[in-house]
Design a binder for this molecule. Structure first.
Ligand SMILES: Cc1cc2nc3c(=O)[nH]c(=O)nc-3n(C[C@H](O)[C@H](O)[C@H](O)COP(=O)(O)OP(=O)(O)OC[C@H]3O[C@@H](n4cnc5c(N)ncnc54)[C@H](O)[C@@H]3O)c2cc1C
Length: 254
């Protein structure tokens, strides 16, 4: 006898022409936005409609006065290989994204899906948080990632873009993985801006948390836990090592 594995299903596939329409569709509990669909497809739920944002012109990396504006449908690979981002911020985007599964995967995975999902293991969220990035939500407006992180999981909006300010002086990214493209055991991003070293530590395995690395140590009260990949004690120790390495790299010049 064969067991049929339950998988995600949709009754309808919708590709709205305007963000307003996409937002209205999102408000129905049984509808879901799809980005690259790489995480969504692992769910076993049945939805009424899948909302594809492909027609909304949200694939771009634009430099403006206040920073780089990156559209929600931009793929992780486009960010990783963007020369404009590299010229302005150095190697940090490449470093943060290169360990996520493989090139084909990163060609499909979107920035919107990576940020909106608020995954505990996220390299993406860790880096953008340290850099002081802001999200632009169709209804919710512009807010810091720190604010966005704390919105209830039930909150439904359309993430249109992420804004990375240009006031960063140096940003360094490091992660520890058991094997090269596995989920990270610890993620660490350090961003020097306004003379202060902003550090985000993620994959604890909780979502990244931000602090100012004044005494060059992980705060005593930062929570770490154990899972199949690593113990709490190991994670804490590795986080301190990554922080020191990032600080050294920032100090020596990236
Ligand atoms: C096997 C596997 C391994 C992975 N490993 C890593 C890793 O090592 N490091 C890492 O950082 N990430 C990792 N990821 C996460 C991956 O990089 C993407 O972040 C993830 O797949 C979501 O991106 P997506 O474009 O596929 O979004 P989807 O799966 O399509 O959507 C994800 C969620 O975001 C919502 N959403 C998408 N776009 C928007 C939008 N514009 N507005 C509002 N809501 C939106 C969807 O409704 C859904 O809830 C992994 C994922 C998988 C499946």
């Amino acid at each position: 006898m064969h067991t049929i594995m339950p998988m995600i299903s949709f009754k309808e596939y919708l590709c709205p022409d305007t963000i307003e329409e996409a937002y209205e569709l999102t408000q129905k509990k049984s509808n879901i936005i799809i980005g690259g669909m790489l995480w969504v497809k692992m769910k076993k739920n049945s939805y009424n409609a899948a909302i594809d944002l492909s027609k909304l012109g949200l694939t771009y990396i634009k430099e403006e006065e206040d920073g780089f504006h990156i559209g929600a449908m931009t793929s992780l690979r486009e960010i990783e290989t963007s020369n404009d981002l590299k010229v302005c911020f150095g190697e940090c985007f490449g470093e943060a994204l290169k360990g996520i599964v493989g090139v084909q995967f990163r060609n499909s995975a979107t920035l919107g899906g990576s940020i909106y999902g608020r995954y505990g293991f996220s390299d993406v969220f860790t880096l953008f948080l340290a850099m002081g990035a802001k999200v632009k939500l169709f209804k919710g407006g512009i807010m810091t990632l720190e604010e966005f992180k704390n919105l209830p999981r039930s909150y439904k909006d359309v993430l249109t873009e992420v804004i990375v300010p240009k006031n960063t002086e140096k940003t360094v990214y490091m992660s520890q993985r058991n094997t090269r493209t596995d989920f990270p055991v610890v993620t660490c991003a350090l961003c020097l801006r306004g003379g202060k070293m902003y550090c985000a530590i993620g994959a604890r395995p909780k979502i990244a948390e931000l602090f100012i690395a004044e005494d060059e140590k992980i705060p005593e009260d930062m929570e770490f836990s154990s899972n199949i990949r690593a113990s709490e004690k190991y994670r804490k120790q590795i986080a301190n090592v990554l922080l020191k390495r990032c600080i050294n790299k920032v100090k020596e010049g990236v």
